[in-house]
Design a protein around this ligand. Structure first.
Ligand code: F6R
Length: 603
């Protein structure tokens, strides 16, 4: 949450900073601002709203200064307003700070600073930082890095921050504790950002700051006690283009066949009818020793984990569950040495999931990651796992990362199954099904026009139910989540059989019910659920790969048949498109739904 960018080099900084911010807008879009140092003074520009508003506020002649910092905000302390927009400065206007994270003892620090005569200009937790740094910098006998280090001694909480001192226009100081910071190495210029997305236009040579690191960067290099050598990131600037799509969500929904081909590349072993997941770093004996699998994640990553748990029990016959990472970390969890814990996260930065990993490791648990972003905190903390290779996911709502996660879990279940009792014939059928999955997703996506027509019919609904049994359960939960977050239509997912135990009272002609109907042994039960809804006048949208009786549902969204165990991955695709087209029909800001941000790095 919140995106930060910094630049020090030979070109005017302002435009570079704004371009970088635009790439980080998914991290927050309540306000944006930047500060550029020129002739030993700072020029600060801020705007409420989007990066485009900041661009407009900058006008045609931004400061020619060649060093600066910028920020796009997801508000935590204080309403979205110009006064609360970053960068924040000390009273003299010399030190400017952009910050991602939360200063947890801000109230206490603020009270002390006020007692010392400091006057605050915002309601934010961040503002204590420039005041503390200015105080520590004092008469300039310390370097800026020393002043920042000194100031941070009293700060509790999380931060990724960049500090600019008007008197030292040749350098920036960066620090990280819990929130991501990555340095980009240019030719005679250096960049800083929360995410490589803001850097790849300029360089693919990057250095990820580890937690607790602090560094000084200049146009020609970086200095920090524990910084490693640069690595080359496997992301292109083009990956952030819309590629003819109206928005990133549409692009990412349609990228799924290609994303799944990457997930599967090199991981299907036809000879032994199994999966190869070398990144787990578990040998067959260790795989056999696993007595339980627990997935940990938040939001869609949690729902992906729920599907993963189902795959694990069905294919590998290993008990499995999925836990909300946020609850797990605070519950004083019982950690079992024979359980394989899988931390699931697209961004690899979600604070609750990261904290759950740390808690597990502290108690001796064996935890692997299932992460999209290479170099992210969770990937580094786990040290082993499965990368998704889904490519950058820019839209706030997760789609291609979700289907890549669930496909990875099918691979994991296949692998665990094949070191146990899953037969070679069964394994071969699954390997074959997985191989056909990307084409089947392509086929499901081809039904978009019909899904859009259904969405237009129901988009005005006040609320919708999403119902599914066993293989349809996690699909329904994720479907409801997508609808809520991008269309703002209330949706609730239920196990289909639970409907009769209370929620059926809500069903009438104004409550569309989306029922997930896999073509499996429970089909008769799902048909009966649909009939019960119809008997109460509720409109039914069925999502299925079965041939349902004509007229049973008011609308049918079809996907091809694959293999029954893998069908849930496919059944989710129309629900992504349904949410997308409901949001489009309602004129929502599809890539940047209100109140949300993609990477949740604060609690
Ligand atoms: C939903 C969505 C969120 C994320 C959740 C976890 O579409 O995007 O629910 O799934 O915030 O994020 P990651 O996967 O980055 O840990």
């Amino acid at each position: 949450m919140c995106g930060i960018v910094g630049y020090v080099g030979t070109r005017p900084a302002a435009r570079i900073l704004v371009e970088g911010l635009a790439r980080l807008e998914y991290r927050g879009y309540d306000s944006a601002g930047l500060a550029v140092a020129y002739r030993k003074a700072l020029r600060t520009t801020k705007a409420v709203g989007r990066v485009d508003d900041l661009r407009a506020a900058l006008g045609d002649e931004p400061s020619p200064g060649r060093v600066g910092i910028a920020h796009t905000r997801w508000a935590t302390h204080g309403e979205p307003s110009e006064r609360n927009a970053h960068p924040h400065t000390d009273a003299s206007g010399r030190i400017a700070v952009v910050h991602n994270g939360i200063v947890e003892n801000a109230e206490e620090l603020r009270a002390k600073l006020i007692a010392d005569g400091v006057v605050f200009a915002s309601d934010t937790d961040t503002e204590v930082l420039p005041h503390l740094i200015a105080k520590a910098a004092g008469d300039d006998s310390r370097t800026l890095e020393e002043a920042v280090r000194e100031a941070l001694r009293v700060v509790e909480g999380t931060y990724g921050l960049v500090v600019l001192d008007a008197r030292r226009p040749d350098e920036l100081v960066v620090a990280r504790n819990g929130s991501p910071i990555v340095l980009g190495l240019g030719d005679g210029e250096m960049f800083v950002a929360s995410d490589v997305a803001a850097l790849v236009r300029h360089t693919r040579q990057v250095v990820f700051l580890a937690d607790g690191e602090l560094a000084t960067i200049t146009a020609t290099g970086y200095e920090g006690s524990r910084l490693g050598p640069p690595t080359t990131v496997d992301v292109d600037d083009d990956d952030y283009d819309l590629d003819g799509h109206p928005d990133f969500l549409s692009k990412e929904i349609h990228e799924q066949p290609a994303a799944l081909r990457r997930v599967l590349a090199g991981r299907l072993d036809t000879r032994f009818a199994t999966a190869r997941l070398d990144g787990l770093r578990l040998d067959p004996r260790e795989l056999r020793g696993i007595r339980r699998v627990t997935f940990l994640g938040c939001g869609s990553a949690l729902y992906a984990g729920q599907m993963g748990a189902m795959f694990m029990e069905e294919l590998a016959r290993v008990p499995a569950d999925a836990e909300q990472a946020s609850e797990f970390r605070y519950r004083n969890p019982l950690v079992d040495p024979d359980t394989l814990y899988v931390a699931v996260s697209q961004s690899g930065e979600t604070i609750d999931t990261l904290a759950a990993v740390e808690e597990l490791q502290r108690k001796g648990g064996r935890v692997v990651g299932c992460v999209n972003v290479i170099g992210s905190a969770i990937a580094r903390q786990c040290g082993a796992g499965m990368f998704l290779h889904a490519g950058p996911e820019v839209s706030v709502a997760s789609t291609k990362a979700f289907s890549s996660m669930t496909t990875s879990f099918a691979l994991l279940a296949l692998l665990l199954g094949r070191v146990r009792d899953l037969s070679s014939a069964h394994g071969t059928r699954l390997v074959d099904g997985l191989r056909r999955l990307p084409d089947a997703v392509e086929h499901a996506l081809a039904g978009e026009a019909e899904v859009a027509a259904v969405a237009r019919r129901y988009a005005e609904a006040r609320s919708m139910f999403y119902l599914g049994r066993v293989r349809g359960s996690a699909v329904a939960r994720e479907g409801a989540q997508k609808l809520k977050e991008i269309s703002y239509v209330h949706a609730e997912a239920y196990a289909a059989a639970e409907l009769k135990h209370g929620p059926l009272a809500l069903v009438d002609a104004t409550m569309p019910c989306v029922v997930v109907v896999p073509d499996d042994e429970l089909i008769a039960k799902n048909v009966s659920t649909i009939e019960q809804i119809k008997a109460r006048g509720g409109p039914v949208i069925a999502v299925t790969n079965a041939d349902l009786p004509d007229g049973l549902a008011d609308a049918v969204l079809r996907v091809p048949r694959l293999e029954p165990e893998l069908d849930p991955i496919l059944l989710g695709i129309p629900l992504q498109m349904l949410a997308y087209h409901c949001a489009a029909a309602l004129g929502r800001d599809i890539d940047k739904p209100r109140n949300l941000a993609k990477s949740v790095t604060v609690e």
